[in-house]
Design a protein around this ligand. Structure first.
Ligand SMILES: Cc1ncc(COP(=O)(O)O)c(C=O)c1O
Length: 400
């Protein structure tokens, strides 16, 4: 049943729901996925998640904690050993001097975005971000009553995605409270270079605008680096910068719902209060698994990155061999975001492709107007699956 079908059951009830909530479009990615779930022989590349379960050593840590009775409420900011481990993890990666007080453990990256934005954005405020973009990043400010402007990423002639930082500055108004950057980016794989980050930090600081950086794909880079350029090294105790992160992608922990916020200590005390009203805390046994993921998980992070790099290579080769496909180059996250000549309604295309060939892709419109005409495929899966999906796409394109 669609949202409209449910609404029709009682307009009186439905109209009692806040307009900003009613106005949000339900996820078009889920619309395709719901059509395909339960069907046989579907190759699902629609969601952004690895196809393999969380490694055994991380699952065991949670099971041991549960067996030991770790079933109680935990501190709002997260348990002390995990906050310490996260500060240590980031200091190790970025050479920073963060303390546990700079970290709030959250119930996923998504919860981290919600709590972060609740702390700095209210009704009538304005947020600037880029587009195409993961739809939740636009929906959350809208739920909070704020307005959103998106600045387009451009697919340039050499094939990569580019952002003119000046266009971000130009989109700011006196009401702008936040510039939110998702880098590495879902769906394009674009990363903001460190020189542009420095320019942005200077601009935002001078105007008192917060930079919120969603870095949940920080470890998924395929240019030989161990991590993407991050805003964490720019953070000082007196800077308005907060960074969102998650265990979901790099440690294959999407279903666990564990993430964190890195922020100046003057902000984390306030974020801690908001955690109470949102979720109280992440589950204790999940946090114990997070500690083990950080302590023993580097080999897993590196080997999954190698695996995704191999699948990415196959996907890029297969897509590049299709005459109607244009795929801008990207070196991060785990998505191919490509355009097919002659296809404008990508939601309709994704549904037909699914029904006809059993290939599940995400329609570009889901990522905002700049995503129109594009299709997203997640390559955090085996090379075999990529081949199966590409065989189906090729067959479909030959007929349509
Ligand atoms: C850009 C971006 N941010 C945040 C998230 C949230 O991840 P999670 O809530 O699983 O930590 C996702 C998940 O797809 C994402 O693509």
């Amino acid at each position: 049943m669609s949202t409209a079908d449910f609404a029709a059951r009682s307009p009186f009830v439905h109209e009692g729901i806040r307009k900003v909530v009613r106005d949000i479009t339900p996820s078009q990615i889920r619309e395709v996925a719901h059509l395909g779930m339960g069907r046989d022989n579907v190759v699902p590349l629609w969601f952004g998640e690895p196809d393999q379960p969380t490694p055994e050593f991380i699952r065991k840590a949670a099971m041991d904690a549960l067996a030991a009775g770790d079933t109680f409420y935990q501190p709002n900011a997260g348990i002390a050993p995990l906050r310490e481990a996260l500060a240590g993890y980031m200091n190790g990666l970025y050479g920073t001097g963060l303390a546990p007080d700079n970290v709030i453990v959250t119930v996923s990256g998504l919860n981290a975005i919600m709590v972060t934005l609740q702390s700095v954005l209210g009704a009538g405020d304005h947020l600037v971000t880029t587009s195409p973009i993961w739809p939740n990043i636009v929906a959350i400010p809208q739920v909070l009553g704020a307005s959103v402007s998106t600045v387009p990423l451009q697919a340039d002639t050499s094939g990569g995605w580019q952002l003119d930082v000046q266009s971000l500055f130009d989109a700011c108004t006196p009401a702008t409270k936040v510039i939110l950057l998702n880098t590495p980016n879902n769906p394009t794989g674009w990363m903001m270079p460190a020189e542009d980050q420095a320019k942005l930090v200077e601009f935002a600081h001078a105007r008192g605008i917060w930079i919120v950086a969603d870095e949940v794909y920080a470890r998924l880079v395929y240019n030989g680096q161990n991590f993407a350029p991050s805003f964490v090294p720019f953070m000082r105790e007196d800077s308005r910068i907060m960074v969102i992160n998650s265990f979901s992608k790099a440690w294959a922990m999407t279903g666990w719902r564990l993430g964190w916020i890195t922020a100046p200590a003057a902000a984390t005390g306030e974020l801690e209060k908001l955690m109470e009203f949102n979720v109280s805390c992440p589950a204790g046994f999940v946090q114990q698994a997070g500690i083990v993921a950080l302590r023993d998980g580097e080999e897993f992070v590196a080997s999954s990155r190698d695996r995704y790099a191999r699948s990415r290579k196959v996907l890029v080769e297969r897509l590049s061999a299709m005459p109607r496909v244009m795929l801008p180059e990207a070196e991060a996250a785990f998505y191919a975001f490509f355009r097919i000549d002659g296809v404008s309604d990508t939601l309709g295309f994704a549904k037909q492709l699914l029904l006809s060939e059993g290939v599940g892709l995400a329609p570009g419109e889901a990522f905002g107007p700049e995503g129109a005409g594009f299709i997203r495929a997640c390559y955090a899966v085996s090379e075999d699956r990529i081949h199966q999906a590409m065989d189906g796409l090729e067959r479909f394109l030959a007929k349509n």
